[in-house]
Structures are given as C-alpha cells and as structure tokens.
Design a protein around this ligand. Sequence first.
Ligand code: ATP
Length: 362
Amino acid sequence: MDEPASLHLIEETLSQYQSELFPQGVLNLSQNFSIDYGKEITVHLVMPFPCQGELDELAVSLSKALNKPVVIDVSLKIKQVRKFALNGSADNIANIIAIASGKGGVGKSTTTVNLAYALMSEGARVGILDADIYGPSIPTMLGLKNQKPTSKDGKLMTPLDGHGLAAMSIGFLVDEDDATVWRGPMASSAFNQLLNETAWPELDYLLIDMPPGTGDIQLTLAQKVPVAASVIVTTPQDIALIDASKGVAMFDKVQVPVLGIVENMSYHLCENCGHQSHIFGEAGGEKMASKNGTQLLGQLPLNIDIRRDADMGSANIKTNSTGEIAKQYRKIARNIAGQLFLQCDNASPLTPDVSITLQKDQ
Ligand SMILES: Nc1ncnc2c1ncn2[C@@H]1O[C@H](COP(=O)(O)OP(=O)(O)OP(=O)(O)O)[C@@H](O)[C@H]1O
C-alpha cells in the first residue's frame, strides 16, 4: 500500500474504532494526531486518559492490515475532573479516586496496589494513600514495611517510593495496634494530615485505599476529601455484595460518582485441568452493579500468585507484567480512568448531568 493510502487507512480506522473506552472512536478524543512514516509508522496521539494497552492492540491489527510495523505513541493530558484546593502539594494531584469495599477482606488493598501499577503501566503518574486505619497493609504490599517518611523542609513529609508509586500510609507513622483503636475525629484528622502534609509529586491519579465498611469514618473521609470518583471492590459472595451495595449508597449520599464494581476472587482456575470454579458464587457483581445503576469494571481470579506476590511486597502485575492477570488489571485500570473521563469530565463527549451537579456543589 502506498503512503497516502496507508495514512488514509490509519485515520479511518482510528476514527471508526469503537469499544467501551472509545464509544465514539479514538480520534475525536485526541488533542493531536500526527504520523511519522518511515521504516515503521508511528502515530502520535494525545489522549485524556491512559489507554496505551488498548491502542497497542489496535496497532497490531493495523500492522497486519498494512503489512508494515505500526506503533501508536500515546502522550497523556489528563485533566482535573473535580476542581479543589488542598493545602501544600496535595494541589499537585489531578484526580483522587477512592477504592472502597463494604465488607472487609475482599481484597481491596491488593486490588488497589495492582491497579495503581496498572495505571502506571498505561503511562499515568500515580500515587497511593493508605487510609485503612483498621489494617494498613499497603506498606507490606509495596515492600516498604517498617520504613518511615522523611521531610526536606521540616513541614511536609516526602512520600515513600514503592517501585515508582508515591506512597503514604498511616502504617508508616504509627504502630498498627495504635491505629486500629482510632475513632472518628482522630482518624479523620490523621487522614487529613496524610493527604495535606505530604509533598506529593505531580500525579494524574491518587488512589485512596479506604477503610472497609460504610460507617461514620468512611462517610467522613468520603465527605472531607475531594474525591473525584469511587470504585467498589467486592467478591461475588452474597454477604459481600449486600455490603458493596451499602458502599454505593454511601457514595451516592455524599455525591461522589461510583465508576463501577471490581469483582475480586470471581473464579478459580484449576492449575491442573483448567476447570473454572466459582467458589464465591457466579455473576453476583454484574447483577449487583446493574441493580445499583452502576457497571462491572472487571473481574479478577482467585489466584495463588496474587496472594503470594502481595505478601512478598511485589504486586503480581509487576512480577508477571505480561501475564493474563496483568492484562486484566490493566484493562480494569483503563476502564476506571476512561469512565472517570467519560462520566465526569466536562470535555467528554458523553458528559452526563452528574458532573454538572458536582461543579455546582463546589
Ligand atoms: N485475587 C486474589 N487471589 C488470591 N488472594 C487474594 C486475592 N485478592 C486478595 N487476596 C488475598 O486476600 C487477603 C486479603 O486481601 P486484602 O488485604 O487486599 O483485603 P482487604 O479487603 O484490603 O482487607 P481489609 O478489609 O483488611 O482492608 C490477602 O491475603 C491477599 O493476599
């Protein structure tokens, strides 16, 4: 195919491609579109949310169609969805996303860490704030147990570096046993300190690992922090789903959009015969999501490597970055960031009323 015909095909494919992330094509979301035509064809795009993984797959099919290697080079220009003013360098954060669960032990922290790395793999700058005062497990999961933050200016704490993630946790500052007895005001003032007195670098997303449950502490945190949106992690078990519904209701109460549900431990694949068993029930997350007017962002298996890697302080997505599980985490991470833009950003072609309501409430 000659050069003009190739370029035409690329432009047409990028305009017409449709998926959950790109309901109206890729090109109408890109702020820039240029092509370098050489030994390989490089397409440069500037996108409003991380989507490198999906566009890599598109590049593979374009390469086949053109019989020439095609690379899609994505730069990110991520906007702040919810305007807010925080003290100090918390202002460096574009979007805060709360990761919550109704029930404890469903894998919220493990999922938060893997999703944070997944967003990084997709090209975003990411931080993680562990607000789980009942059991701050992020230090262990990032391999930072027993480390303490330092301060350059005696005022702001420098976040710890968890393999590229800017991380702050209640667990860095106090003994686990001390934190668990905190009640409302103490917990929320400690939390404010963590958010506002940390020297955050420029971040596209800060993921907050919320304490499990839907009580006063969770409600206060969701209210006090300028959270752009939330994600609920659940298992498909009835008892977890009932609590996850309460989580949706809690965020509705404080007008924080729920981007969707992540179903963790959805199924187990037998290592020997490949049989898929639904240990905690089947399709519960999907039913619960549609009942609550939200969506299922993705499902993750019950898998020994996820557990082992979390215990060893290195997320599974890092130890096996090209495996099936890593692909699933990356897909969910893209879904989260994409839905944040599509549902909440004013510049999105699909902006619903909800973002207008949020702007008024500021
Ligand atoms: N998909 C998974 N496959 C296997 N093990 C998992 C998976 N997700 C989480 N786990 C394991 O389940 C346990 C609980 O996970 P985690 O601490 O992330 O849950 P949590 O919901 O944050 O708990 P808490 O309510 O205490 O905050 C951990 O041992 C973790 O390694």
